[in-house]
Design a protein around this ligand. Structure first.
Ligand SMILES: CC(C)(COP(=O)(O)OP(=O)(O)OC[C@H]1O[C@@H](n2cnc3c(N)ncnc32)[C@H](O)[C@@H]1OP(=O)(O)O)[C@@H](O)C(=O)NCCC(=O)NCCS
Length: 243
């Protein structure tokens, strides 16, 4: 994997159903992951968790040429997982996201990152929700959007905000109104319009958005130096259905 590259793999968990494959995935999990797997109340959530973590371990295995079960992870104080071993691969950064119908994983060799995917058919994207979760600048944009476009534009804000929070890795200790986005235009990607955080430079952050399936939106946040060319590729992880 190149230094200036970010790989995104995504998969529809429901596409993987073969019992032998699922039990192989289960064997890849650590005892902690297996505990978490067993705690889900609904089969659907348990299945998404299994496929997401198989996606993570399978992708790391392809990159590092190490068996999927041999990776081990730790978490920061806010629960963000990071690769703890094998030691020679600690320079691989990743972030995982899952939502109704999709799991996505972003991997880089040089920068912390955050990824978020959301289903476009969420029914709760209302002005009230914007007032609760978004910054004032973002709420003003939402208030001026027509009904037809509101859900998709709000989901753009939502995924961007989540991707930033997840890249920083400090969860909701970051107030959601302490940073505001400007949505992408035909010529410019989305960017941070305002960032109230000590010693932080909003222009150090870059954002990338994609539509992995007709039902999902995705946003990726990472840091890059001005002008640094970063190649981002997002692909369906078809290999996982054969792993
Ligand atoms: C994890 C968190 C940062 C995102 O949760 P989410 O959107 O429900 O979940 P996603 O599917 O995108 O991501 C979950 C994955 O992120 C990773 N993760 C967990 N904590 C994380 C953290 N603090 N930072 C980054 N990634 C984290 C994990 O791999 C997790 O998957 P796993 O449990 O299967 O290992 C959540 O703790 C949170 O605080 N969300 C904010 C919710 C909110 O109010 N958003 C408003 C947006 S406008």
């Amino acid at each position: 994997m190149d230094r200036e590259e970010i790989l995104i793999w995504f998969i529809e968990p429901e596409a993987i159903q073969e019992p032998a494959r699922l039990s192989r995935f289960l064997q890849w999990l650590s005892p902690e992951e297996r505990d978490q797997y067993g705690r889900f109340r609904f089969d659907k959530h348990r299945h998404t968790y299994l496929v997401s973590h198989a996606l993570l371990r399978g992708a790391l295995s392809l990159i590092a040429q190490v068996e999927p079960a041999q990776f081990y992870f730790n978490k920061n104080a806010y629960g963000k997982p990071f690769l703890a071993g094998p030691l020679q691969h600690q320079n691989l950064y990743f972030n995982l996201s899952h939502t109704e119908g999709l799991a996505a994983l972003a991997i880089s060799t040089h920068t912390e990152l955050g990824v978020d995917v959301e289903n476009k058919h969420r029914q709760d994207m209302t002005q009230e929700l914007a007032e609760h979760f978004f910054a004032p600048e973002e709420c003003r944009v939402v208030a001026n959007i027509g009904d037809n476009e509101r859900t998709e534009k709000m989901l753009e804000f939502w995924t961007l905000k989540e991707s930033y929070i997840k890249a920083v890795g400090a969860g909701l200790s970051i107030p959601l109104d302490s940073f505001a986005f400007k949505l992408a235009t035909d010529t410019e990607p989305a960017c941070l319009l305002r960032l109230d955080a000590p010693n932080s430079d909003r222009t150090a952050w870059r954002f990338w958005q994609g539509q992995p399936t007709e039902n999902h939106l995705m946003a990726l946040a990472f840091k890059a130096r001005p002008g640094e060319p970063i190649k981002i590729s997002a692909q369906r992880a078809s290999w996982l259905a054969r792993a």
